[in-house]
Design a binder for this molecule. Structure first.
Ligand code: ADP
Ligand code: SF4
Length: 696
């Protein structure tokens, strides 16, 4: 659709705007975001960023780029700009970012009190020394920088400015938000206890920022735009508060070319949809634009074009900052421009992307199955491989795996039959979206059902529980069984590898029971969580809303411990405490009696009992794979079937993102040449240097 046919309501999002010496083509600003690939997977990151350029973003940033080995946040895998040898990979990134007219930005970070330096083994340097403040409680302290160290740091920043310009970036972002960047450590009285000219008054605490912004301009001859990414509100009595930020911007409104404002901690900034709505930072940002002549960018998990327009028209933001919405849909700007609103793949706010960084795996996205597979597998968020030689595919089960497979195969041009046993599409997300805080999960189904609905080559059949005989009788070439899984009832998961003794008089429930409306509506419930992700705490909330007294029992040392990786753990534990849930950490049931459960402490082995009226098991899941095995037991080849595959939760239960990925993989690999034992993805291996003589 040509630009002049764009709905004029959204014109403002496409107005160019100057950022210092550079001109951004529109208001879509991909703020820096990690991806778990960083320096380890340079080409994977490059191609991921290229899709953002293609999708129409006006400004695209790298993730955190560490400027010096005295500051690295191992084990997390970000970018390095430690010496000139890091330039080529970043230059390739800048080239990709600029490939469709976007401005390319690099985020420069010195982590100070956040950098344990586990890899470089350098002594960490901080504004004020003390234990390293990161997620991993490393037994390491940082040394307080003296004046010489500060001079060194200014020089290291200069080196990074020069290298960024050599790599051909347009913008430099100086990182001082989320508690990570040293600029925030200087500004905040939490982390700045200095008594010299860099500590004390706000003016003094801002000295380092003023110095390096000046030096950035000098070093780059004013040719690069400078962004300051600062914390909106740090929290705590002495944290860099929103009021102080406003004072600072009032005093130094013209310091950078753009103000990039993000919450004080990453957890607060990147809240999940369970706890934070779209645009949650509005109150903290409102009015700041009026304190400066420079543009302001802020984030808020914006996926709605109307919300974006409102932010700009109301004078709150100039640029719409986005990390997760740009991951879930790299083509968000283009789709808004072309009025293709139904095609927008909205972020569901699950933070699975974040977990890729936190676990040092590689990020994946529940919604955008191509994320970080653009180079590794040659997948693209919008385009699929062309159709192969086969014609027809039957997909059994319309959960996230089946829907994604049908969607991708439909776009590839196959004749797709999607059969679903129930009367609704969506599988687990159709059920989970009804749970407290999880309504956004439904977007996984909404996007895909919206995509396949108009496809003439995809036929969907509801209320169609298929049997092996049905499958054999259709004459369809390829069969994918995506029949999902069920929560177990017998306590088997990680701690108990076999069922525990259970008196049949005690009512035992699972999340599936509660999602179908059954389960306790009062009384005392013992909830046993050996799953450690979101479901246990969501079930606790649901039971409380049904009037139950809930004992939350887990062998872990904290509630929902895996949600550390989605930045939710502290919020979840606080929520349960606020709801009056009685929490028993490091405990597990050993026997379920008729009116009580016997518990054992996982450390001491001591036993206790908790009287209860019902038990809810949130433990592990059993794949629904009987249809697959029963079909495979028949002579399916004789029925003309070329392949029979089991995918998604029916193969191996996991998070929703694992199921959408499985659907994509099945669909992309149909008719692909057999690669035998070859790796299914590309990877980069460090080039070996000539072996030097190591003898001292
Ligand atoms: P996944 O996450 O792997 O996609 P889900 O549990 O979300 O798995 O979805 C599986 C879907 O398969 C459910 O909607 C379920 O109703 C459907 N299903 C299960 N067995 C059959 C069957 N025999 N025929 C058709 N659909 C089935
Ligand atoms: Fe959004 Fe979840 Fe994708 Fe992250 S993984 S971008 S939170 S949908």
């Amino acid at each position: 659709m040509p630009k002049d046919s764009r709905d004029s309501r959204y014109d403002i999002l496409f107005e160019p705007l100057r950022i210092g010496p550079k001109l951004a083509k529109n208001r879509f600003y991909q703020v820096p975001h990690c991806n778990g690939g960083g320096y380890r997977d340079p080409s994977a990151v490059v191609e991921m960023r290229r899709t953002k350029a293609e999708g129409g973003w006006g400004v695209i940033f790298t993730e955190q780029t560490e400027i010096h080995p005295t500051s690295e946040i191992t084990p997390f895998i970000e970018q390095h700009l430690w010496d000139d040898r890091d330039i080529p990979a970043l230059a390739r990134m800048a080239e990709a970012m600029k490939s469709h007219g976007a401005l390319a930005g690099i985020q420069l970070a010195y982590s100070g009190i956040n950098g344990p330096n586990l890899y470089s083994r350098e002594v960490p340097l901080a504004v004020s020394g003390g234990p390293i403040l990161t997620f991993t409680s490393d037994p390491v302290q940082a040394r307080t920088m003296d004046r010489e160290d500060i001079r060194d740091l200014r020089r290291w920043f200069r080196n990074a400015f020069r290298r960024s310009q050599t790599a051909d970036f347009d913008l430099i972002c100086l990182y001082g938000a989320h508690g990570f960047g040293i600029l925030q450590h200087f500004l905040s009285r939490n982390t700045n206890h200095r008594t010299d000219e860099y500590g004390g008054s706000l003016e003094n605490r801002a000295r380092f920022l003023r110095e390096i912004v000046e030096e950035a301009r000098e070093e780059t001859k004013g040719e690069l735009a400078i962004s300051l990414r600062l914390s909106l509100h740090e929290g705590g009595e002495l944290g860099f508060s929103n009021a102080e930020l406003r004072d600072f911007i009032e005093m130094h409104g013209d310091l950078p070319d753009i103000w990039d404002l993000a919450q004080g901690t990453w957890e607060a900034c990147s809240g999940t949809s369970r706890f934070k709505p779209e645009g949650a930072q509005e109150d903290l940002v409102k009015g700041i634009k009026q304190l400066t002549s420079k543009p302001v960018v802020g984030v808020g998990r914006f996926t709605s074009a109307d919300a974006m327009v409102r932010q700009i028209k109301a004078g709150i933001l100039d640029f719409i900052g986005a990390a997760r919405p740009s991951i879930a849909d790299p083509f968000l700007p283009k789709k808004i421009e072309e009025g293709r609103f139904d095609d927008i793949r909205e972020c569901i706010g699950c933070n699975i992307c974040v977990s890729g960084d936190m676990t040092q795996g590689i990020s994946r996205c529940t919604q955008n199955t191509a994320f970080m597979e653009e180079w590794r597998k040659g997948w693209h968020p919008e385009r699929m491989h062309p159709k192969g030689k086969s014609e027809s595919v039957l997909i059994v089960g319309a959960g996230p795996a089946g829907l994604e497979a049908a969607h991708i195969l439909g776009k590839r041009g196959y004749q797709v039959t999607l059969a679903e046993a129930t009367t609704q599409l969506g599988g687990r997300v159709a059920r989970e979206r009804t749970l407290p805080g999880l309504s956004a999960w439904g977007r996984v189904a909404d996007y895909r059902t919206g995509q396949i609905a108009p496809m003439p080559n995809v036929q969907t059949y509801l209320d169609s529980p298929l049997t092996p005989d049905d499958i054999l009788s259709f004459g369809i070439e390829h069969i994918a069984i995506a029949t999902g899984c069920q929560w177990r009832r017998d306590a088997v998961a990680r701690l108990h590898l076999h069922p525990i003794p259970t008196d049949p008089a005690m009512p035992i429930f699972t999340p599936d029971d509660l999602m179908s409306g059954a389960g306790p509506t009062g009384g005392t419930v013992l909830l046993y969580d050996d799953d450690h992700f979101y479901m246990g705490s969501v079930m606790a909330e649901l039971l409380v809303s049904r009037g139950c007294t809930v004992h939350f029992v887990t062998p872990a040392v904290k509630v929902a411990e895996w949600t550390d990786n989605t930045l939710e753990q502290a919020t979840i534990q606080r929520r349960l405490a606020d709801l009056g849930v009685i929490i028993h950490l490091s405990h597990a049931p050993d026997t379920i009696h008729a009116t009580e459960a016997g518990l054992t402490c996982t450390w001491s082995g001591r036993s206790t009992t908790i009287p209860c009226d019902a038990v809810l098991m949130v433990t592990s899941r059993t794949p629904n794979d009987s249809l697959f095995h029963a079909t495979r037991a028949q002579d399916w080849q004789a029925a003309g079937i070329a392949s029979l595959k089991l995918i998604g939760d029916a193969a191996a239960p996991g998070p929703i993102a694992w199921a959408t990925y499985a659907g994509r993989r099945y669909a992309e690999e149909l008719d692909a040449p057999d690669r035998g034992d070859a790796l299914s993805f590309r990877r980069e291996i460090a080039a070996l240097m000539d072996a030097p003589n190591l003898t001292p």
